[in-house]
Design a protein around this ligand. Structure first.
Ligand SMILES: *Cc1c(COP(=O)(O)O)cnc(C)c1O
Length: 412
């Protein structure tokens, strides 16, 4: 989240200090910066100046309706993976024309719900294409193509190659036959090779492959290259994604393809993380400090149930002291959460200004796959979310869950 202002040692978020935010909304707290998200949306829209270029926000990164609204105001379309995402996207104002449903092993009744809403569907396998087309004769349909090679920061997020996703190029002729059998029109190819690449180089070959495949099928009017644009979680070790350089390569690939083929399909990308990760952070409170086996542990109220990435992917998130800006005295600490598991780490061996109980820390870049992956594990109530608006005011966009959340659906 930018900018990181301090006043009297304390981080400021718009018009509020860290302490004021925690006093008003409680700890732990998910914070979002409106201006940062808007800036990222604009950067992605400006990635390509072609009029037939579209950006779909991949909403699974963060489904908060207030953020979906911002994406829509910035002129983005939106992806949905489930009927639950579609429901929230519609509440944010997205029209059916602006939503693309990317299905993966979907129940037929969910296909039916999407068909009833007249939303375009992208299908992930030949077997689901049969199911879908039988339910939606005459409709337009897209398929997800597996271009053969993936990329990403962790094997769990590589989504092309030897993984469950997509239809292999060999299967495409059969896909056209299945569609034809049900009078459906197969008009779009989509791919998504993985998440969090920081150079364009991993992405370009897959784009090229996709364009080569699409060349063979003149029926294709929509080509979607997926998301995966990374952000530098470790600002000291990593560089931001080279937008300008990639933009040039990307635009020239598309322009050349159009010249060669004389066709003008819609070209799309589907960033998730890039748009929201840096806009978000978690403000948390230190509840205990101790030394075990020579390691100084800082015990906070943010466990992996609320921020899963460090535990699940081994991800790095920058941690900074939110209420002590005195860098003259530092100590090496391991920051942990409050869940009953020893893997509950937020950061190991971090050098931070001196920390005391009740101090506040900021975990940075938690806007993507943060709240959206949070659970009620250990019977905890998920935190509130607050938007720091462009005018500097802090606005509650999701209430903290209450104890009723835990028992609402139970029958006993
Ligand atoms: C998750 C996902 C995205 C977004 O990925 P990011 O790494 O967040 O940009 C895009 N497309 C598909 C199909 C996805 O599953």
């Amino acid at each position: 989240m930018y900018p990181l202002d301090r006043e009297k040692g304390e981080l400021q978020f718009g018009k509020s200090s860290a302490t004021e935010l925690i006093e008003q909304f409680g700890s732990p707290l998910y914070l979002y910066d409106e201006e940062t998200m808007r800036a990222r949306c604009r950067e992605m829209k400006n990635l390509c100046s072609l009029p037939n270029f579209r950006v779909y926000y991949s909403a699974k990164a963060n489904t908060s309706i207030a953020l979906l609204k911002i994406a829509r105001q910035e002129g983005l379309h939106v992806d949905a993976m489930t009927v639950g995402e579609i429901y929230q996207e519609k509440l944010a104002g997205f029209t059916k024309e602006e939503i693309l449903f990317l299905s993966n092993n979907v129940q037929p009744q969910h296909f039916q719900e999407v068909i009833d809403q007249d939303i375009l569907v992208c299908i992930d396998s030949l077997s689901q294409l049969e199911t879908y087309c039988a339910l939606a004769p005459g409709k337009e349909v897209y398929i997800r193509v597996n271009p053969g090679k993936g990329a990403g920061h962790h094997e769990k997020v590589i989504t092309a190659g030897k993984v469950k996703f997509g239809i292999e190029p060999d299967g495409i002729p059969e896909a056209f036959e299945i569609a034809k059998k049900h009078s459906c029109r197969l008009t779009g190819f989509q791919m998504h090779i993985g998440s969090l690449f920081l150079q364009g180089e991993e992405f370009t070959p897959a784009i090229q492959t996709m364009l080569d495949i699409a060349k063979q099928y003149p029926q294709i009017e929509y080509i979607d290259f997926g998301g995966g644009f990374g952000i530098p979680y470790d600002r000291e070790q990593e560089q931001p994604f080279p937008l300008e350089k990639f933009s040039e390569t990307f635009t020239s690939l598309l322009t050349n393809w159009m010249e060669e083929t004389g066709r003008k399909p819609i070209f799309a990308i589907e960033p998730g993380r890039f748009l929201v990760a840096e806009a978000g952070s978690c403000l948390i409170q230190v509840q205990a400090t101790k030394v075990n086996s020579g390691i100084k542990f800082i015990g906070t109220d943010l466990g992996f149930n609320f921020l899963l990435r460090p535990e699940f992917y081994g991800s790095y998130h920058e941690i900074i002291h939110a209420t002590n800006g005195d860098n003259s005295q530092k100590e090496v600490v391991t920051v942990v959460g409050n869940v009953c598991e020893s893997g509950d780490h937020l950061g190991k061996d971090r050098e931070l200004p001196l920390i005391q109980e009740q101090d506040l820390l900021l975990i940075r870049d938690t806007g993507a796959y943060g709240f959206s992956m949070a659970s009620n594990y250990n019977s905890m109530m998920r935190p509130a979310e607050v938007l720091i608006q462009s005018d500097g005011k802090a606005r509650l966009i999701r209430k903290r869950e209450t104890i009723e959340t835990l028992v609402n659906n139970q029958i006993f």
